[in-house]
Ligand binder design. Sequence first.
Ligand code: NAD
Length: 471
Amino acid sequence: MRVCVIGTGYVGLVTGACLAHAGHHVICVDNNEEKVKLMKSGRSPIFEPGLSEIIQSAIQAELIEFTTDLSAGVAHGQILFIAVGTPALATGESDTRYVEAVARGIGAHLNGEYKVIVNKSTVPIGSGDWVRMLVLDGYMERKVSTATPVLAGAGVSGEAKTVLSLPKEPEFDVVSNPEFLREGSAVYDTFNPDRIVLGSNSPKAITLMQELYAPIIERQYSEDKSLPQVPVVVTDLSSAEMIKYAANAFLATKISFVNEIANICDRVGADVTEVAKGIGLDSRIGSKFLQAGIGWGGSCFPKDVSALIHTADDYGYEAQLLKAAVSVNQHQRLIVVEKLQQVLKILKGKTVGLLGLTFKPDTDDLRDAPALNIIEQLSRLGTRVKAFDPIVSQTGMRHGLSDVIVETDPERLADGCDALVLVTDWQQFLNIDFAKLATLMHSPVIIDGRNFLDRKVLEQAGFRYVGIGKS
Ligand code: NAD
């Protein structure tokens, strides 16, 4: 099938590349010229395991193209994905200006062929109908501007001429197809989703979407071919939009829940890791997302929970549980600073080294990462902050990192530190020679913000080890 993906970030680029890998003809559109240049050369502008490889093979197979030209993308695609960012505004609402620009732009370039317009971006509930309206607005604006010179003198005959060149109403349907991929395993998740959600009131659009996803639904890319087909949830637009928000809000709340339990464990002398194991074995609870630590972050959970709280508010409901989940998380992000104060007392004039910066491992994404709050708070308290991150240290990205010295390896990080804080559970941190690091530090203290390291190994290496909810 012919596909156009507009917006080539973590979601759009992975979607476009995976659909091209599945044999579809994909044009990816982005208004960032630098990005488009890079992608044309077969390189990925983001770090995501396996992504560069599938982009390169799709380019070789002539199944993917990159452009800044929206009109070319719209003309090409039977299915048009909107995958631009929807960051949070200061009020907590979702900033939908990029979606708006793209929806109007699509309308302005519709060419008479039936199109399915897919909201892949996470958009506030009700956005499906709003996108339809904007597409029609964009279409009508173009129609009027095309018609104006003729209409001015010709009246009805001029209008008839315009109707001939562009149909009165363009033929299209809107589908909400929320994305659930996780950064760090985005390619794997796209080929192996837990479910595909399709929201629309058009059976024709749903059928086309099922055709598009057929190779994935039929598990052609799953290692285990005996697995049953990927469940497809077909629903109305608003329910599909709500499914995305409810899923993220639930996961964020689950993490805040276990962090609250961890804080109580700290006070009563219980071990939250044991507690999480004990409750997670209950099939009604499940073991995932029960790892206590410095809380949730990244480009999705914070903004999606805020947006849902805001939507509830708009409709006269106070989302008390979600507000509490946010509040627990705000406190949790700085829990390592509290623990540093308990061990080192005065932090002014001390040096602290952060192991990891990104909000989770296997990504280069620093958006709303807890590390940024920790750096800000430590700097405010007069602490010198250093950091080492396997990806950020290599890429030279320094956005939001003006108050931190980014080191190139763990030994340079540890040199002269009064304490280390594990911020991100990168797998390679398990292989660090901690005994060596201990010899380089003023005082070998480690706060394990993810309960990721082995206390015994660290203590044998000479460290004082402090975890979260397991003191
Ligand atoms: P991103 O910021 O990484 O990428 C957005 C891209 O859109 C950028 O490349 C930008 O240049 C481009 N863009 C903006 N305006 C444009 C325009 N007018 N025309 C063409 N391109 C334009 O965003 P992302 O992380 O991929 O997220 C996209 C959406 O998917 C968001 O709504 C997000 O909430 C949702 N989502 C993200 C994730 C995730 O893990 N990142 C997971 C699920 C859902």
